[in-house]
Design a binder for this molecule. Structure first.
Ligand SMILES: NC(=O)c1ccc[n+]([C@@H]2O[C@H](COP(=O)([O-])OP(=O)(O)OC[C@H]3O[C@@H](n4cnc5c(N)ncnc54)[C@H](O)[C@@H]3O)[C@@H](O)[C@H]2O)c1
Length: 390
């Protein structure tokens, strides 16, 4: 049994999810020979750090994130703090030789992501990025069908991430709505998932045209350390300006000739957490939507002629599902994807082998996003260009 010492920085939603996921790796993947030791967690709000220690089983808690990196028993680090801290934390982790699992968006801007990728690459550490929707068993099945050529040549790809978290004008102005802390808005926060999925399933993008918009210009101020980005204020609460975008849309041409669209909105009314894609090939088609993560719509027909879509239901015939529930039809949820993700990261560290999605994948997403940002300003089609730094 290989035991890996874990440190986590930022004990809000994601930090807690990472900690629980590491703890479950051994239970869900008992043959992997890996176990996680939760060494130390950090949050600048002492109560959050201490509560995470007590509830999740860390040996220690601190309000100073550098204590996590300096702890002699920490071998791998999860970065689940707000985006403005990622660069500084990666710099310190890379200098200490720690392997990192960084939440998306890696940087506040595409340039910051490129900086972080270069720092980690030059330090020779292993990286992993929280593009967790890749790990849904039916998404893994879709990837295999595409790789095996079951859909034929891909002709069209439509990806979207429609979230409700900013749809209420009284939704609090959490750090996500503040350019200084978050960087870009819907682009980094949710389009990052949709773009990664498009690159993963359909391949590199050649050029694109894009626009962005902020629908809700101001929001009530939050109380630091209390609530999440789903929390609401009251009409009489003091308000401040939103400084990044609620919506991003793009029209794409992929290098393989496929045409497509990507759309992300955090203030849309109707969808709740629609991280979804629709893919059409010459011989078939696939639709998947995280709101129904345990279903996949599949159309297979010779020469594009078939009887319509078949509904596949999640079960242990699909990758890793059986590590959670036996048989078919007992569905998985969000945190189950995070457990598969944590296992993939820990096995990469144990094997000393970089696996995907790592910072190279985050850089590819950043390059597509930089083209979107250029297009917001130029109003024109923009080619994807390399942002890789030495
Ligand atoms: N992969 C996904 O599906 C997913 C989902 C949600 C969030 N995220 C990403 O995870 C990261 C965290 O998001 P979240 O939703 O958990 O945010 P959150 O606001 O719930 O948690 C962030 C935590 O970091 C703490 N923090 C702030 N400054 C700190 C400091 N100096 N040192 C230590 N801790 C500090 C805050 O007090 C808070 O507890 C972000 O990068 C976000 O984009 C990814």
């Amino acid at each position: 049994m290989t035991e890996l010492g874990i440190g986590v920085i930022g004990m809000g939603w994601m930090g807690q999810v990472h900690a629980r996921s590491y703890s479950l790796v051994r239970q869900r993947f008992p043959d992997c020979g890996l176990s996680a030791r939760l060494v130390i967690c950090s949050d600048n709000v002492a109560q959050r750090a201490e509560r995470a220690r007590d509830l999740l089983g860390f040996e220690a808690a601190t309000t100073r994130w550098r204590d996590v990196i300096e702890h002699p028993a920490v071998q791998v680090l999860s970065i689940a703090a707000p985006n403005n801290l990622h660069l500084e934390i990666v710099e310190a982790a890379a200098a200490a030789g720690l392997h990192i699992f960084c939440e998306k968006p890696v940087g506040r801007t595409p340039q910051e992501t490129a900086q972080i990728e270069a720092i980690a690459r030059n330090a020779g550490i292993l990286s992993f990025v929280g593009f967790n929707y890749r790990w849904a068993p039916l998404v893994l099945h879709a990837k295999r069908l595409i790789s095996d050529g079951a859909l034929g040549e891909i002709t069209q790809y439509r990806g979207r991430f429609f979230s409700m978290y900013g749809s209420d004008p009284l939704g609090l102005l959490s750090w996500r709505f503040d350019r200084e802390f978050a960087g870009y808005g819907a682009l980094g926060d949710i389009m990052a998932h949709a773009t990664d999925m498009a690159l993963y399933l359909c391949g590199p993008v050649k050029r694109l045209v894009s626009n962005a918009h902020t629908f809700i210009a101001e929001r009530p101020l939050p109380i630091p350390g209390v609530g999440t980005h789903y929390s609401r204020g009251a009409p009489e609460d003091p308000k401040a300006a939103v400084s990044n975008e609620d919506y991003v849309g793009a029209l794409l041409e992929f290098e393989n000739g496929a045409r497509g669209t990507l759309e992300a909105s955090r203030s849309i009314v109707g969808p709740k957490n629609q991280m979804a894609f629709e893919i059409n090939g010459a011989k078939g088609a696939i639709n998947w939507d995280f709101e129904r993560m345990n279903e996949l719509q599949l159309y297979l027909g010779e020469d594009g002629r078939g009887d319509g879509f078949t509904r596949l239901v999640a079960g242990d015939r699909y990758p890793w599902h059986g590590n959670f529930n036996p048989g078919e039809g007992s569905g998985l949820g969000y945190e189950d994807m995070k457990v598969i993700e944590a296992w993939q990261f820990l096995r990469a560290v144990a094997d000393g082998r970089q696996r995907a999605p790592g910072l190279a994948d985050a850089l590819a997403v950043a390059e597509a996003h930089q083209a979107m940002i250029r297009s917001w300003n130029s109003g024109a089609w923009e080619a994807i260009t390399s942002m890789r730094l030495d």
